[in-house]
Design a protein. Structure first.
Length: 258
């Protein structure tokens, strides 16, 4: 994302920075037209009143894996772990799931994002954070110079709870062995937890979301930051400004680790 594009985008969502106040006027009209299609349609993401039937054809294509020289031992280990995870029946979610959503992205990544549980679209495709939330997540990453090919994404719970309810503590507990093994294989330098539910459960604390977002934590020796989940931002677009601030804090801290 170019600097001019990024600053006009921030201006469009109500976030003004010293740079965005001085975007070249001659460029602004064309940039704003480009933004309209990509990031300025909040009504598209309105939460449906009732869940409709969904087919595989309706779901976004899975993220393409990066074409970098891989650590074959790590990838083979993750492939075996995924097969084992897909056979899991440790909790009742195994009875209602469509697919286990193991995780996806750059298996050599230093930055791992962890959400709480798969959405309806994720459950059909077997991929984490896709659909409308995935589109917003991609733009969030791009705003700080990242993309889906440079990070790894997974959930604390690998199967979707019925009707999209909040995962129960026992469901997190049933999946914890898979999450721990995944992190042991990925060996990231930083974890970003998406939202209050996964942060409260994995960090074993009950501090407010504001304190979670402002704090720095630790999970199994790995530094942790917490930001809003993209699906929450779709429902609460008034928090876009704070999301931008959180993303910049994430970027700055991440750069100190790599």
């Amino acid at each position: 994302m170019g600097v001019d594009f990024q600053q006009v985008y921030l201006k469009e969502i109500g976030v003004q920075t010293p740079i965005s106040l001085f975007v070249d006027v001659s460029k602004q009209a064309s940039l704003e037209n480009k933004i309209v299609e990509e990031v300025s349609k909040p009504e598209v993401y309105a939460k449906p009143v009732q869940e409709a039937a969904i087919t595989v054809a309706e779901v976004a294509e899975p993220v393409q894996m990066p074409s970098i020289a891989p650590d074959l031992s790590k990838i083979e280990g993750l492939d075996v772990l995924q097969i084992q995870t897909e056979a899991c029946t440790r909790c009742d979610l195994a009875k209602s799931r469509n697919k286990v959503v193991f995780g996806s992205g750059n298996q050599q990544a230093d930055l791992v994002f962890i959400g709480d549980a798969p959405s309806r679209e994720d459950d059909v495709a077997g991929q984490p954070i896709i659909g409308s939330a995935g589109q917003l997540f991609g733009r969030m990453l791009a705003s700080v110079g990242l993309d889906r090919d440079s990070v790894y994404v997974m959930n604390g719970v690998k199967c979707r709870p019925l009707h999209g309810r909040t995962p129960k503590p026992e469901e997190f507990a049933a999946c914890e062995q898979w999450l721990v093994h995944q992190l042991d294989m990925l060996q990231p330098k930083l974890i970003c937890m998406l939202g209050r539910v996964v942060a409260h459960t994995l960090l074993k604390n009950k501090v407010s979301l504001s304190d979670l977002r402002a704090g720095q934590f630790d999970f199994r020796g790995i530094p942790v930051l917490v930001i809003d989940h993209p699906s929450y931002l779709l429902r609460s677009q008034q928090h876009k400004r704070r999301a931008w601030a959180d993303l910049n804090r994430l970027k700055i801290y991440y750069q100190t680790l790599i």
